[in-house]
Each structure stands twice: as C-alpha cells, then as structure tokens.
Design a protein around this ligand. Structure first.
Ligand SMILES: *Cc1c(COP(=O)(O)O)cnc(C)c1O
Length: 417
C-alpha cells in the first residue's frame, strides 16, 4: 500500500484494507475482526504475564492500553500510511495531545504552523500557559520555519492542507530541514488522508490522522491515530525515557507514546468505535475520489459567481500553493472555504441551503458548511483570526459524496436567494 498504491506485485490500497483482518485466522471464519470488549486478559503463567507487561511478548496488559479490535485498526492505518506502527486514541485531539505531552520535556521548544486546526491552536495555548515554549511560523515557507527554530526545538508540527483556509505547508523542504537538524517532524494528515498523501514521503517522523474525519467518513465515531513512519532516529532523541531505551530503536517512540501518552492519560479508543472506523476505512479511496471531484466542481462554480469575493481551494490555479498541491497530492482535497462579496448576508445565504447541512464536522459523506469566525474560530478572537488569514465572512465547506449537480444547484439557489 506504500507510495500511493504504486508498488507492482503488492495488493493495492483498497484491496489491502478489505482483506487485512484475514491475516490471522478469525473465529468461525468471520470476515470482520470481532469486537473485543474484555478489559482484562489472562496469561498462561507468571512468566508470560511479566513478559507482556515488559513488552518482551506481544499481548494485552489492560484495556486502557489497547485491545485486539483497535489493534486491527492500527494495523490498517499503519499499512495505509506505509509506516512501521500506529497507536490509536479516542479522538484526533487526544492523539495530538499525547504526542506533545509524552514526547516533550520542560525547556523544549515546539514550533507549530500558524495555520492549524482551531482546537490544536487552543491546546498549544494551554501548554504555553503551563510554561511550555511554543512558537508559531508561517509553514507555507521553509524560510519562516527555519527562522523560528531555536537550539531547543524538538518538534515541528504542521498540517498538510490547513483547515479552513487551505494553505499548503512547504512539506518537502520542512522535512529536509527537520532531518538536517534532528528535529521530530509531526505532520497532521487529516485533511489529505493517506489516500491523497503519505507524509512519510516528505520525511515526517510521526503522522497524525483524525480518524473521525475522512478515514471514518460517516460522522459516527471519534478517533485519532499516530503512525510512526520509521524514519526518525529515536535513539538520538533526548526525551526517550531510560525504561524505553531497551526497546528496539524503531519502537522506542511508539512505546513511549503508548505508555506515557495512552496508558497514563487514558484517552483510549473503544472497540466499538474502532469497528466503525475500520468499516469506514474500507471505502476511503472511493469516497475521497468522489468528494474531491465534487469539491473541485463546486469551488470552480463559486469562483466565478458574482456574489462570491474569494474561494480558497488548492485545486484552483489562483491558489498560492496550487503547484505544490498538484505535485504532492493525488487530488486537491475535499474542503474549501469562501468569502461572500461585501453586502451579501452570509447567514441568509447559508440558511437557504437545502441539502448542505450547517455543521462543524468535516469529512462526512454529507456536505457540511459553517461560518468560521462565529463558531469554530470564535474563541481565539479577531486578532489571532487575522493572523491566520481568516476573514470574518469566511464559510467553510466540507464536500460530501452527493451528486455533483445537486450540490452545484443548491449553492446556486442559495446565492440567488
Ligand atoms: C478534526 C481535526 C482534528 C481533531 O480530531 P477530533 O477527532 O475531532 O479530535 C485534528 N486535526 C485536524 C486537521 C482536524 O480537522
């Protein structure tokens, strides 16, 4: 499943997801991994019990650190990202919080893109209030990122396509910079998903996916994942605790993340949610192909509409990072945002939409729209919104799998009003 489905002789992206549970025999020949609801596990003897607790033997210690249903989902995400291992969490935010808390120490500097998900921005602020050294830079330019590094920078955090203004980070050059400086490069791949892009290809050490969004796809389960690409030199990372230094080099980061990030904080994905998300993952490629095609058609239609002042979508040739998006991603994503012309009442237009639901989620099969400044980016205030390039009239649209003509017609009638 690596390199965007292009390795000859290996099963493709969707084939691999569909059949991955059959790698180990399942009771009664079931084609789905069953839901394992047991919190506790039994062992043959004390030796086996101790070996599982010390990570010398594959097994389950306690439900808070994972269960077999979630492990099956983790294996799917690892394969989709072409990585070496994955730890799942109860939400995308739990995954991001675990990375930042389990892999940093006092005195470390964390550098984040200016253009990140609103709650990620809020989390970074919370950490800063507790004394963490957090900085921001315009990640569309490697020069801005380089200028913001300090000798204590341990983590650089970026999103692929930023939500909601769709800036595309200078992913490749930032990856090279992090490799050169030995900095852990963490890429939130939620907006592209592993079907459009694998951050491993630009040198990411860890990849975050909010499974809630495209991978789950149906808006019926929260979940998050952190995948180790196998590229980062964990033995050289100063923050691996002595206890985990005895692990194989490639596993040290994920073992610390599972222990300190999952076990100690307890944001464990339930087996039921893991099952929903694994079902969704089976159709990721099919859904995203259609969603991205719909998004391009809709963005083009709005772009030439007289009542629309601006459309932000990497698929438009007018987008500042259009060429970068074309060279890095399979498609341009399924999310865009737009600003209405002066004097047009944004609320009135949105209230006239019929198929499009007013909702804060994204990545659902249904098309969802939301006015940004009044809702998801309300709390941060006007000054920070301006810094992030978010106009007060900005509307974000997460495009679903409806029939293209229905979506185009819905926006046309809402704008005609
Ligand atoms: C939604 C989202 C998250 C957080 O995911 P949750 O599962 O909602 O906690 C993180 N990053 C990005 C880019 C997102 O869109």
């Amino acid at each position: 499943m690596s390199d965007h489905d292009s390795v000859p002789g290996t099963p493709g992206f969707t084939t691999s997801i569909l059949h991955s549970d059959r790698g180990a025999p399942i009771e009664h020949g079931a084609l789905h991994k069953p839901l394992h609801l047991s919190v506790a596990y039994g062992y043959r003897d004390v030796d086996e019990l101790a070996a599982v607790f010390q990570n010398r033997k594959q097994g389950y210690a306690y439900g808070r650190q994972g269960n077999p249903t979630t492990a099956a989902l983790e294996a799917k995400v690892t394969a989709m990202e072409g990585g070496v291992g994955t730890v799942c969490f109860t939400s995308g935010m739990a995954a991001i919080a675990a990375v930042l808390l389990a892999l940093t120490r006092e005195g470390d500097h964390v550098l984040s893109s200016h253009y990140v998900f609103g709650n990620t921005n809020s989390l970074l602020g919370t950490l800063a209030e507790r004394g963490a050294d957090v900085g921001f830079a315009d990640a569309t330019s490697v020069d801005a990122v380089r200028a913001a590094l300090t000798p204590r920078t341990r983590i650089v955090f970026v999103e692929t396509i930023a939500n909601p203004r769709t800036q595309v980070a200078d992913l490749e050059r930032i990856g090279a910079l992090c490799r050169e400086r030995g900095i852990l490069y963490v890429v939130d791949n939620t907006m592209t998903s592993p079907w459009l892009f694998q951050p491993r290809t630009v040198g990411a050490g860890l990849v975050v996916n909010a499974l809630t969004k495209y991978i789950g796809g149906h808006g019926n389960a929260l979940g998050g994942a952190v995948t180790d690409t196998g590229l980062f030199d964990w033995p050289a990372y100063p923050n691996i605790a002595p206890n985990y230094r005895s692990q194989k080099p490639a596993q040290q980061g994920l073992v610390q993340l599972r222990k300190k990030g999952l076990r100690d904080f307890g944001a464990t994905l339930s087996a039921e949610s893991a099952h929903h998300l694994a079902m969704g993952a089976e159709t990721l490629a099919l859904r995203m192909d259609r969603q991205c095609a719909n998004a391009l058609a809709l963005a083009r239609a709005l772009d030439v509409h007289p009542k629309v002042a601006a459309v932000h979508y990497p698929g438009l040739t007018s987008h500042a990072e259009h060429a970068r998006a074309r060279s890095l991603f399979r498609h341009y994503g399924a999310l865009f945002s737009f600003e209405l012309a002066a004097g047009v009442d944004t609320s009135a237009v949105l209230n006239r939409l019929q198929f499009v639901a007013l909702s804060s989620n994204l990545g659902d099969n249904r098309t969802l729209a939301i006015p940004v400044a009044q809702t998801i980016f309300y709390e941060m205030g006007a000054a920070r919104r301006a810094e992030m390039g978010i106009a007060e009239s900005l509307v974000r649209v997460s495009v679903g799998i409806e029939d293209e003509r229905d979506l185009v017609a819905d926006f046309a009638q809402a704008l005609a009003g």
